[in-house]
Design a binder for this molecule. Sequence first.
Ligand code: ME8
Length: 525
Amino acid sequence: MKKKFYITTPIYYPSAEAHIGHAYCTTMCDILARYKRMRGVETYFLTGTDEHGQKIQTKAAEKGVTPQEYVDEIAAKFQDLWKAMRISNDDFIRTTQERHVRVVQDIFTHFLKNDDIYLGKYEGWYCTPCESFWTETQVGEEHLCPDCHRPVHRDSEEAYFFKMQKYLPDLMKLMDENPKFILPISRKNEMMNTFINKGLDDLCVSRTSFDWGIQIRENPKHVIYVWLDALTNYITALGYDSKDDSLFKKFWEDPDCEIVHIVGADISRFHVIYWPMFLKGLGLRMPDRVFVHGLLDLNGEKMSKSRGNVVSPIPLIERYGVDPVRWFLAKEFSFGTNGRFSSELFAERTNTDLANNYGNLISRTVSMISKYFEGVVPELKNPGEKEENIRVLTEKTISQYEALMDDLKPTEALECVMELLNVANKYIEETQPWVLAKEGKTEELGNVMAVLTNTILVSTKLLSPVLVESAPKVYSSFGVPEELQKYETIHQFCPYAKLKVEKGAALFPRLDVKVETEYIDSISK
Ligand code: ME8
């Protein structure tokens, strides 16, 4: 494991309000960042908004506000959502900020001087009312604008291009030498077959048909194409090419920092092909991994504002608290595959994992310790085979969890913890503490309570990157001092003797699936 960790989300377009799909990616990054911090890895977590481009300009005009006013309002909403989701980002970059704009202009100048970029002509099908170029496939045989459906005509405009062939050998080498550069591994073939092997045209990196973008100093009628502007956020946010570049030195230049970009499948090619080429042109190191996560649909349909089917996380958080929402996103489907949100899946996931497994174990254990030991966690004395089995399983769970988290498989890591909790629930059935109590077998009964407490608190540590609100509540109901909340103590077996437990309200009340399904469906629009 490297000593440092730099993790990024895509910077989202503030062209519409954030929905649960955006929250998905940001939450997964947050979980990974919190996990690394918990392991003592120096971590930097970046998210932000991608604020330039024609779409934003058009939306602002429709609303009768300036583009800047428009993005200010939506960027603030994104930030509010991240607060509500308890996202622990270290910075929030906005591409309209001066710290970004100036550096992007410098980068463009560098590319021009370095002969990476040349001035040429962009040719395509042009729609005059929409001021947009379209490709052959987009206009179809009838040659109609895919947006307004009016006829288009062949046209060309002056534009700058980035030479794609120049760094292609470097890109191929990068992919060959680093089998984990694109993750999941299956995405690599897709990338090679769909894009790289078909040949790469030079990338158009400027536009003259609109002006809401970063101006090219050398030729001010051009603005920089939004992807060159957007991708560079990952370094401008760290202070690349600025007076204070200490974060850049620390989290980009240091080979002992693992750099991970998490992106949705819709934008993987920009990160896997263009971004490494831009970095090569700048003479900078490559990220370690580009992890491509799947997309979330709503009841089997693609989520989109225009279809009127999006779910905002806010009403869910207001009704259920943030943890069930974070849990659903992390656990419902494996990171890297496509998934689904539906009201039933949400309610059932909450019930199965949080109410019936984790929550139930906690409430049973707390009640039994209160009933049989006056609320004081007993000491483990002369443990038997069952206790030893759980100790071994706990160790195995910890190491599997760590390996899976480090390998960017958080869903599977959480599943291991759920299995440990399941075993602990079964251990109650097997040992039947109520019988031990009746028979006066106090030492055995105490051991069961000590082992259950240990299992709960080890699991709480492992789940704490996800369950940010509940983990502190569990610690407080077991009276765990700060020292024992530290991750370093995780390998101690049953160090919790003499702590005083306190019965509280159920952490995860069981949801009535029918009632909650109706409620959630009423707020999805
Ligand atoms: O593409 N399910 O911004 P964007 C899961 N500005 N994730 C989803 C999702 C869904 N239904 N919908 C969106 C852009 N996402 C550019 C990025 S980066 C230098 C520039 C997530 O607002 C997913 O991570 O369209 C996807 O890649 C990203 O939001 C796209 O956000």
